[in-house]
Design a protein around this ligand. Structure first.
Ligand code: NAP
Length: 271
């Protein structure tokens, strides 16, 4: 990026992704060199009862942004998800595997990918999985709260994926932006931490690393997805093969356990 590069990050009150026309006008006015679409309708269960909103935000807006970026000759980086897959493969998914989402969220995200890539410009779609970090609402922070409140936590053990930190994923995004990829380097990529675990395994590792004196919880109990019914079905196994990204952008995968340990050390440093 040049020394004079600047970024704007409008929130929903300034730029509502449900308003595709407003979105197009805002992009034309700002005329950016790069657009990173980190926003999305991410309420996986609620999407089952409001698929139109999910589709407007995740699919229609993504297509509009990609078209406007292409019109400007700008790079468009868009985020997608492992939930475009049904989890039946049993081996890490590659970018050429056929998606088969199990719910409205995954369907809207898949349509978003397709609309973005169809714009024909410099579009990079990054699929990631199980994102968490030291801020916001996410699985790690939910577990840390539960560990203070309860003696044991019951967590599903039959959904397997790759927990990935927001920081790692942001660095991957920066790598793409700084690479200024030519059209032939654009397209669809998988970007997650390395390795795999279940939500229960993830929670158990958090518990092991949690050294807070106020912790009450002493064990994480594995349960089945069927013991914890939710409106949306989720893939049982959604590990993504990230070799295409690591090779193209020289960005190595890092073990999910290392990223978790670093994140918890960061939280400890703040306590
Ligand atoms: N979290 C994961 O595990 C995961 C996994 C794979 C892929 N992804 C993808 O990564 C991206 C970011 O996910 P996240 O977990 O960071 O989601 P998040 O915490 O729910 O954040 C989504 C953001 O989108 C904004 N947003 C929602 N509706 C909007 C609208 N109509 N107009 C403008 N902004 C709107 C939200 O703004 P407000 O805060 O104002 O509502 C929020 O800042 C999404 O594309 C998601 O599909 C996430």
């Amino acid at each position: 990026m040049s020394a004079t590069a600047s970024a704007v990050a409008p929130d929903e009150t300034v730029l509502d992704l449900r308003d595709a026309a407003g979105l197009r006008a805002a992009v034309r006015k700002a005329s950016p060199a790069v657009i990173v679409n980190a926003a999305g309708y991410t309420a996986v269960d609620r999407a089952e009862s409001e698929p139109d909103v999910a589709r407007a935000v995740n699919a229609v807006a993504s297509g509009a942004l990609a078209e406007e970026a292409t019109r400007l000759g700008a790079l468009f980086v868009h985020y997608s998800t492992d939930y475009v897959f049904d989890g039946a493969k049993g081996a890490p998914y590659v970018e050429t595997d056929t998606p088969a989402p199990l719910g409205e969220y995954g369907r809207s995200k898949l349509e978003g990918e397709r609309r973005a890539l169809a714009a024909g410009g410099r579009v990079v779609v990054l699929r990631t999985s199980w994102v968490y970090g030291p801020r916001g609402q996410n699985f790690l922070l939910t577990m840390l709260r539960l560990f203070e409140e309860r003696d044991e936590a019951r967590v599903v053990d039959d959904q397997v994926g790759a927990p990935t930190t927001a920081g790692y994923f942001a660095e991957a995004t920066l790598r793409v932006v700084e690479a200024r990829p030519a059209p032939e380097a654009c397209g669809l990529y998988h970007v997650t931490a390395g390795g795999q675990t279940s939500w229960c395994g993830f929670a158990q590792r958090i518990l092991e690393l949690d050294g807070r004196p106020g912790k009450r919880c002493t064990r994480v109990v594995p349960i089945r997805t069927s013991d914890y019914p939710t409106p949306a079905r989720r893939p049982a196994w959604s590990v993504l093969d990230c070799r295409r990204f690591t090779e193209r952008f020289g960005f190595p995968q890092r073990p999910w356990e290392d990223l978790l340990a670093e994140t918890m050390a960061e939280l400890d440093g703040r306590a």
